[in-house]
Each structure stands twice: as C-alpha cells, then as structure tokens.
Design a protein around this ligand. Structure first.
Ligand SMILES: [Zn+2]
Length: 621
C-alpha cells in the first residue's frame, strides 16, 4: 500500500462542535437525558466512573483485572480486557456528558465538565503522555491492551471541549499527547497493532485513534496526521486481529462475510474512509465501496447495525438479529463522516433512519433507560432475544436499563453521545458561500458566511411533521447559497422560493435580508416496502411505523434512586400478517390499515405508530 498522504477533494466541510445546537422536541429529549441516566451515570455506577485509571491508578505490571460488577458468565474473551474497560466507560460517558451540557447551556454541568478536563490535563506527564499505563508498560505490549483505545475515547471528548470552549491549552495538551504516541510508535517503523494471536478487542478498538487524527487534521491541515492514520490502517490490516472485518485482505476477498463484534465493524468504517481520503488510492476506494455494501447487508430496516454482539456471517433480519446501542452510535458517526466526504444525500437518509428509528426505538418511552440489544420486531424484552435460548451465554441484554452493569456499561455512555453527534452533523459547508442543511431536525446554527456571522434556526417538528421554517438572522443583508437535503421519500417540495435541484439538494441562491425566513414543506405518502425476506413494512416520511403490543412492565434492579431496570412481557401475543389491496391512510401521526390476525384469521383494523414510541411491537408483516 502506498502510504504517502495526498490531499483529495472532499464535498462538504464539517463545522466545529458547538456550531449547531438542538431546539424543539430534540432539545427537550436531550434535557431529560441529562436529568436522567445520561447526566447521572456517575451516580449510578460511581465505582466505574471514579476509578482513577488515567491518574493515580494507572495500570502496572501486576495490576489485577477490575471487578466491574458484571456477571461474566460464558465470557470467552478473558479477563485482560477488564483492565482497560473503565477507561472506555469513563471517556465515552464524559464525551457525551460534555457535549450535552454545552449544547444545553447547562451552567452547572459545564462547571463539572471544566473541572474534569482540568483534572485530566493535570495527569499529563512531562513527555506528553495522557493514558492508562505506567512507564514500565506503556507502548510495550505483545497481548491485549487498551493503549490506543483509552486515548481515542478520551481525546475525542477533549477535542469537543476545546472546540466549544476555544481553550487553547486543551488543544495543546491533546496535540502533545498525540505527538507522544507518534514518537513511541514511529510511522512505518513500529507495529502498534501487534498483540499476539488471542482475542484483542481493546487493541482493535484502538483503530478509532484515527478519529483523533482526523480531527487534528481538521484543525491543523497538517498532512502528518493523515499519513499516520494511513499507517495505522496498514498495520491493522497486516497483523493478527480477532475483529478483522475491515482488514484490507478480507475486504478484497469476495467470499468473506462480516463476522466480527459488530461495534468494531461499524466504527472501523471511519478508519477506512480516512485512509481512502488520505491516500487517493483506487484500491482503498474500491475497498470502501465493498465494505459499505457489506454493511448494508447487516443493517436492519430501522437502521439497526446488527450484531448481538457478533455479526457471525448473518444477514439482517427483523426478528432474529439484534443490534447493540453502541453500534447505532458507531454506524451513525461513520455515516456522518461519509456524508461530509462524499456529499451523497442518500447517506443523510441512512443517518436519519438510524437516529429516528433504531435509536429512538431502543429508548424506553416511559423511563430514562435504554435497551442494550434490541430487534425491530420485539415480542418480549425479558433478557433474551424474543425468547431464544443461547446455549453458551446467559443473555440479559434484551431489557431496559440506565446502566446495564450486569453486562457492561458501554451502551449507556454511547446513548449519551448519539444525540450531540447527530446534531453536530446537521449542518455543513460546501464552501465559504454555501451552507448545507444535511440532516433535518429542530436546531440552531451559528456560523460565518463570507466571513460575517449568521444564525439560522430550523423551526420544525421534523420528523413528526414536514414543515420547515428557516429563520435567518444576520447583521446586514448578504447573498449566499442555501442548500437543503431533500429526503428520499419526498413526493413534492412546496415553497415560494425560487430553487433548483443539485442531485437531491434543494438549492436557493439569493440575497437574504438581515431578518429573513425560508418556508419549505414536503408532501409524503404512506409507503409499503419489502424487506430482504419479502416481508412488508410501513413508513411515512423518515419514520418507520410499528404495531404496538400491550405489555406488562416488570421492575428489576433499582439503583438506590429513581433509576430502575425494566423488563416487559406481552399481555397476550398475537401476530399479524399483510394482506394486499387494503386501504391504508395516514392521520395525525398514525397509520390506519387492516392486517390479518394470525390467531382468528380475520382482517382487523389496526393503528400503527412510530417505532420510537413503542416497547414491544411488530414492524414487519
Ligand atoms: Zn454496548
């Protein structure tokens, strides 16, 4: 592989974190998350969040695996990963926490975030190291470790903090810490991913260090970061990996089927994107296309990034393949990077699908908690996947919890990250005179155009309603280009504005007054679609609709506070199937149709609601 970084053209430009803030229903939901488990995970599992793993309790030669309070039954992956695990839990949680409190202007939370960042910076060694290993161990591994992973998860949050606060010392600290990695794992003269031939999930997660390199490149435009990212991908491809889906040789093998731990498979898309755009190498370009096609095969109709928790060479299925909340965040983040690089409007539809359907549908609509694993058709949530017994694992992930400590506290931190990442990527720039509304949601953008400040509020109840009002505020009138992604389901665009289409982007070019407004709305229809098994499902606009199933709620573990685990059993489980030529209508957020009751064999009038408002449900018929 040619490892020389060469600049390539990218369609859109990302904006610094904090340029876009949530509004409307989305802001309310984020507010309740911060009052709920997202803002209180350090109270729910204090021993994990407060473990000083980056400071006084860095891992030494004789450190023991930590007790994380989980069950570990049928856990074949070994104890080694439990040494670094708290770094992921803490850093992913803080990353989400810091982003939420900034976006919500939560002054108390911002104070707490600042104190955390100061404390982390105080752990930096003379030579720049910020990490979890003492001097004797660091950078000298021949087995499973979390050297790069503990840094990737931490530095992502620190960079977000810098982008919002503009505190230069935080940026300098990350720059020095990355320099320390590049010195000890010199480019093309070391092998950071060599770690023996056993399970190495932490080493493999470490490939997301390219997230940090990509962001440093975004800030500095220094090609050394992209060259280093390319080196990391090359080294990963040429060493033993237990999670090997993204290795170049596997992508180029036409018979290879995705099999790894799902979350790895989805987060590694970003590395491949960065490597492709760093190298301009046609082989990597083809590899990315192949990999993305494979990813589509393992994504359910709701955008569920499959893996419960391994993909295991299966294809996505509405009932039999579960998806992990972590994977939803990782696939969403990967698609956001892809959208920025390619400008493909269809990627925007994929991102909205994940957020509005799979992710909303994995939240508990009544309590502050999420499902660790979820299926599109969800007939019970009693721990196992719709009642299936797994012979080698006591499955408890199919339930709702504010922590999921009995398994691993990975999904809840990621559930705190997904909304800020979704919001951050909803506006991009095409150039200095063109703004692009890439994802649709209620939000407020503050940026510059032609060098002068402009604020645009998207006043909307999207995706529940399809009316968008963009309120533009600037100090004086100016001319710029305003692009809005037209979702793939739109039947008709309605606006008084003069516009042209550029692929599936609505383009409005005119002089905007200091206080201006763009009104636009979309016509939608109920769509009846077929999944890959030939079953039918219903969508209206961006939302997937489900037939809710009445359930008994069972309280589980209580966390000595308002937070509780919940499981659900159906009151009486009746399944339905699709009948052709039945009248289907949409009214006030609901789809009315008739489905065949498989118990009585009679057609019944039913009402479908958005999947995000359900717990137990049937989605495919
Ligand atoms: Zn998880």
């Amino acid at each position: 592989m040619n490892l020389n970084a060469q600049p390539t053209s990218e369609k859109f430009h990302a904006l610094p974190f904090g340029s876009v803030k949530p509004a409307g229903w989305l802001k309310e939901q984020m507010q309740s998350d911060i009052e709920g488990f997202v803002g209180n995970l350090d109270q729910i599992v204090p021993e994990l969040i407060n473990d000083p793993i980056y400071s006084t309790e860095r891992i030494q030669k004789h450190s023991k695996a930590k007790d994380l309070g989980n069950l570990k039954e049928g856990d074949a992956e070994g104890d080694e990963q439990y040494k670094w695990w708290n770094s992921e839990t803490q850093s992913n949680w803080w990353d989400g926490y810091v982003r939420n409190v900034f976006l919500l202007d939560d002054q108390q939370g911002i104070k707490k975030a600042s104190a955390y960042v100061e404390a982390i910076l105080a752990t930096q060694d003379e030579d720049g190291y910020i990490g979890i290993y003492d001097k004797e161990l660091r950078y000298k591994f021949n087995s499973e470790n979390g050297e790069l992973w503990s840094k990737a998860s931490l530095y992502r949050g620190l960079l977000a903090y810098y982008e919002f606060s503009k505190d230069e010392k935080v940026f300098k600290a990350v720059e020095r810490a990355v320099e320390n990695v590049m010195q000890h794992y010199p480019i093309s003269a070391s092998s950071p991913f060599s770690s023996g031939t056993s399970f190495n999930g932490g080493v493999s997660h470490g490939l997301t260090f390219t997230d940090v390199l990509e962001r440093l490149y975004f800030h500095t435009k220094d090609e050394k970061y992209r060259a280093y990212a390319l080196f990391l991908y090359n080294d990963f491809s040429n060493t033993y990996q237990s999670e090997a889906d993204v290795q170049l040789k596997n992508i180029l093998d036409p018979d290879y089927k995705l099999k790894s731990h799902g979350v790895h498979t989805f987060e590694h898309i970003r590395t491949l994107i960065v490597a492709k755009y760093a190298s301009n190498n046609p082989e990597l370009s083809r590899a990315l296309d192949t990999y993305l096609e494979r990813i589509r095969q393992v994504t359910t109709i709701s955008g569920g990034a499959m893996g419960d928790e391994w993909i295991a060479e299966r294809e996505a299925d509405a009932t039999h393949t579960g998806y992990e909340y972590c994977s939803l965040q990782e696939l969403l983040d990967s698609y956001c990077l892809l959208l920025q690089k390619t400008g493909h409007e269809a990627t925007g539809d994929d991102i909205e699908n994940i957020f509005y359907n799979a992710a909303q549908g994995s939240r508990n609509p009544d309590h502050s908690c999420i499902a660790y694993l979820k299926t599109d058709n969800s007939f019970e949530m009693l721990g196992t996947k719709n009642g299936e017994i797994e012979p080698d694992r006591k499955q408890t992930r199919y339930k709702y919890s504010p922590a999921h400590q009995d398994v691993a506290v990975c999904c809840n931190p990621n559930a705190g990250r997904i909304s800020p990442y979704f919001v951050q990527n909803s506006w991009m720039k095409e150039n200095e005179t063109a703004l692009v509304a890439t994802l649709l949601m209620p939000n407020v953008l503050a940026t510059t155009i032609n060098g002068h400040p402009v604020q645009i509020e998207n006043i909307t109840e999207y995706p529940f309603k399809h009316v968008l009002k963009f309120k533009i505020t600037q100090s004086e009138p100016s001319t710029f280009t305003f692009k809005i992604r037209k979702p793939n389901w739109v039947q008709k665009v309605k606006t008084n504005e003069k516009f042209r289409m550029d692929n599936d982007f609505i383009v409005i070019e005119r002089e905007f007054s200091a206080n201006d407004m763009i009104h636009i709305s979309f016509d939608a229809e109920v769509q009846m679609n077929l999944d890959n098994s030939g079953s039918h499902y219903f969508t209206y606009g961006a939302l997937l609709y489900a037939l809710p199933i009445k359930a008994n709620e069972i309280e589980g573990k209580n966390y000595g506070s308002i937070f509780t685990d919940y499981t659900y059993e159906p009151v009486s489980l009746v399944k339905y199937s699709f009948k052709n030529d039945v009248k289907t209508t949409y009214k006030k957020g609901k789809i009315q149709t008739k489905l065949l009751n498989l118990q009585t064999h009679k057609l019944e009038q039913v009402e479908l609601i958005p999947i995000g408002q359900t717990i137990l449900r049937q989605v495919t018929f």
